[in-house]
Design a protein around this ligand. Sequence first.
Ligand code: PLP
Length: 394
Amino acid sequence: MPDRIYFDHSATTPVDPRVAFSMKLVNLETFGNPSSLHFEGRQARELVERARGQVAELLRASSREIVFTASGTEADNLALLGVFCRGSDKTPGHMITSAIEHPAIIETCRSLEQNGIQVTYLGVDEYGLVDPDDLGRAFRPNTRLVSIMAANNVVGTLQPIGELARMTKERGALFHTDAVQYAGKLALDVTQVPLDMVSMSAHKLHGPKGIGALYVRRGLQLQPLVFGGGQEHGLRSATENVAGIVGFGKAAQLAATNMADDAARLAQLRYRILEGLQEALPQAYLIGHPSKRLPGHLCLGFSGQEGESIRLLLSLDQAGVAISSGSACSAHKASEPSYVLLAMGFDPIRARGTLRVTLGRFNTAVEVDRFLEILPQAVNALRPVASYAGFVHR
Ligand code: PLP
């Protein structure tokens, strides 16, 4: 399908050919078990440890602080359950998160609640931002953990992670951030920001699916979720996914090397789409923060056509453009309003009608221009435009 345009990088990214090549070599040549003592095993171990260093470098962490998991979801689960399932403290603990976290956090919180842990879900403003004052007010004497995502998957808004983490440390609790959408796109430096745990996932940064990682600050003790042979410093037993880990390492290295250039280029393409839409579709408006957002992330609404996002998505798909109507994780609930947009104050009708356009490393200005021809045609074909709200940032 050579002419298709892929604008759904928040759902997943195409594997970079250099990543695929590194994995191919592992699959064909380095089949050893990294725990084995013989040459084949040592060879595999060397590759795993090199990749651990590459992933650590993305956060300026030390490689000892990286635990490989099978996904971003597992990294999130390990962070939350690992804190609360550890120790013999019988007083019910408390944690703070936001109402717009990914289900990997929200559903883990629900499970914690069923086990007696108290959870506060912070609201967000119209841009999807957590207010640090709200966080300050939410602390209780038994607050053990705060988990706030670095960047939201639906609307692309970036949270003030540095400030939130520093407030949390001052109050003696642990701070975790789900950086699955953020890592590899913008800089994150654990030597500057007091983060205790950071979740990442390779398939969001042009790496393979089924491999994630949790950064765990040195000295922090967690309860494992998976027991067995004691791999990954005892935190994640199972024979390592060597090819996946090597692919993650390569993807992290490429992301770190090109980060500033990639971010600038994607932001330019994003502005090009916004400017183009301003002229062609005055009923289009941007959702999420106008500037505090992921470089290649656009969440769009269309005044007067809120109920039409699924039809629009399908008609764009037919025209050769892959975009999403929100988070891919909720595709099976596509007709339900997004809980992220509801938390941002959207009414249920508007919360149902959004398009998520997310750009990646291999997208070009030619594709953007083609999209700017296709999208207005697709929107205007749905039905005559009834109302024009003008192009506003909401
Ligand atoms: N957290 C966020 C913010 C995400 O966007 C996603 C995936 O979309 C995940 C966690 C889950 O990551 P994975 O697909 O690797 O399980």
